[in-house]
Design a protein around this ligand. Structure first.
Ligand code: 6PG
Length: 481
């Protein structure tokens, strides 16, 4: 019982997390269902620090200092449940089980409740940054009890990425809060990736630029407001040449984007909560469209464009417009993502400090970016900010981008290029600032066919019109006297 912490599941993410802990001076117990993997990690990386390998789960648990902390890094779903059950049967009151995979937050809530009954702490923790991040400093989003964070927080903060000396890790909130926030992080990741791809597509199709030329534009953008990991790797990917054909690498990749489900979870959850995350939803659907092979084949065979791409006289101006459109779309999808976190916190009773979420995303994670500081500042200025876009900084920024983003969306529509995230985030912007929406007509229709009632602009109460009779308005609520 000497190890500070343990990791079970020695696939790449698990072993990298274990190595990161060991490199930071922690004594790390390691375990894997098949022993070979554990042996390989020790053989290849034993010199990283102090490891305590175990062949059985019982020995693994016995090698941990109390209160024990065991991190599970196995496949989401059934494998996770199996390992939790096994660990729980071997642990004592006060011990902590951490699920560091991408679990659905409702599963985490269920598991946390079950383990709490046994006196154990269950921590669902988001870990972002891929394999490289797990090894060198990820962004970590742990949920669970405050008590469990007192024990594991210092270790997680030490191994996380750091920005301006601050760790990219904080206690997010109770039970499933950490996995919820990681889920939304991934949804935002989908939106960022799609909107970057839309800008790429426009440069490719409207300006006829080559992949490497577009890569140079992204490299340039990475020096400004858009500076971020995803823009940086986009520039690198576009500069890359396929070794087999000598062609630009991106041009030899089949245009079907896969997904493992976290984007869809973000959208499903948002629908349940009634939060319009239109940018994330369109980004997720864009992957589905790309993978809808029979539909695309049918569409390609018969659907005409009926469009003509207007000549672009000022190419530099067009590229500048794209940069602004991208930034504006990004601001909207982050604003929507933070709305979802706020609504989730309200629904599930989590005490989430929104500004802290942006702070721990500044380093380590896939959406790390310079502008996240601005989000932290906005929530510091106004902790109960109703709309991120209405913060003075964001209003100023997005206002600068509006004419450009309208030109980009209009051009895409005229030329017949799909820009689902550019377009939907612009529509959201125009909806959220509109004084009056056509929702009034929807309410009238609902009242007509289903007596669903409506409210009036000029009086209190709930009303219904007797559409099939004399079209008399009646008041429906109880205080109608
Ligand atoms: C991260 C990533 C990570 C993973 C995504 C990929 O934060 O490190 O988000 O969790 O790369 O799950 O998701 P898709 O396979 O659905 O694109």
């Amino acid at each position: 019982d000497v190890a500070d912490i343990g990791v079970t599941g020695m696939a790449v993410m698990g072993s990298n997390l274990a190595r990161n802990l060991a490199r930071n001076g922690f004594k790390v117990a390691v375990h894997n269902r098949s022993v070979g993997k554990t042996e390989k990690v020790i053989a290849d990386h034993g010199s990283d620090g102090e490891f305590y390998p175990s062949e059985s789960m019982a020995d693994f648990v016995a090698s941990l200092q109390k209160p024990r902390v065991a991190i599970i890094m196995v496949k989401a779903g059934k494998p996770t449940d199996a390992v939790i059950d096994e660990l729980a049967s071997l642990m004592d009151e006060g011990d902590i089980i951490v699920d560091a995979g991408n679990a659905l937050f409702t599963d985490t809530r269920r598991r946390e409740a079950a383990l709490r009954e046994k006196g154990l702490h269950f921590v669902g923790s988001g870990v972002s940054g891929g394999e490289e991040g797990a090894l060198n400093g990820p962004s970590i989003m742990p949920g669970g009890t405050k008590e469990s964070y007192d024990r594991l927080g210092p270790m997680f903060e030490k191994i996380s990425a750091h920005v301006d000396g601050e760790p990219c890790c904080t206690h997010v909130g109770a039970d499933g809060a950490g996995h919820f926030v990681k889920m939304v992080h991934n949804g935002i990741e989908y939106a960022d990736m799609q909107v970057i791809s839309e800008a790429y597509d426009m440069m490719s199709k409207a300006l006829g630029m080559s992949a490497s030329q577009i890569g140079e534009v992204f490299a340039e953008w990475n020096k400004g407001d858009l500076e971020s990991f995803l823009i940086e790797i986009t520039a690198e990917v576009l500069a890359h040449t396929d070794a087999d054909t000598g062609k630009p690498f991106v041009d030899v990749i089949l245009d079907r984007a896969a997904q493992k489900g976290t984007g869809a979870w973000t959208v499903q959850t948002a629908l349940d909560l009634g939060v319009p995350v239109t940018g994330i939803a369109e980004a997720t659907f864009a992957r589905s469209v790309s993978g809808s092979v029979p539909q695309r084949e049918a569409g390609q065979a018969v659907l005409p464009a009926q469009a003509e791409a207007p000549e672009i006289a000022d190419r530099a101006q067009f590229i500048d417009d794209l940069q602004k459109a991208l930034y504006a779309a990004k601001l909207v999808s982050y604003s929507q993502g933070f709305d979802e976190i706020a609504k989730g916190a309200e629904e599930y009773g989590w005490d989430i400090t929104l500004g802290d979420m942006a702070r721990i995303w500044r380093g380590g994670c896939i959406i790390r970016a310079r502008f996240l500081d601005r989000i932290t500042e906005a929530y510091e200025r106004t902790p109960d900010l109703a709309l991120l876009l209405a913060d003075e900084y964001f209003t100023t920024e997005i206002t600068k981008c509006i004419p450009a983003r309208r030109r980009v969306v209009a051009y895409a529509a005229t030329a017949g290029y799909p820009v689902p995230v550019f377009a939907s985030t612009l529509s959201y912007y125009d909806a959220v600032r509109a004084e009056r929406l056509p929702a009034a007509l929807v309410q009238a229709q609902r009242d007509y066919f289903g007596a669903h009632t409506y409210q009036r602009v000029d009086a209190e109460g709930t009303y219904h019109v007797e559409w099939s009779e004399d079209r008399r308005q009646t008041r429906q609520d109880s205080d109608q006297h």
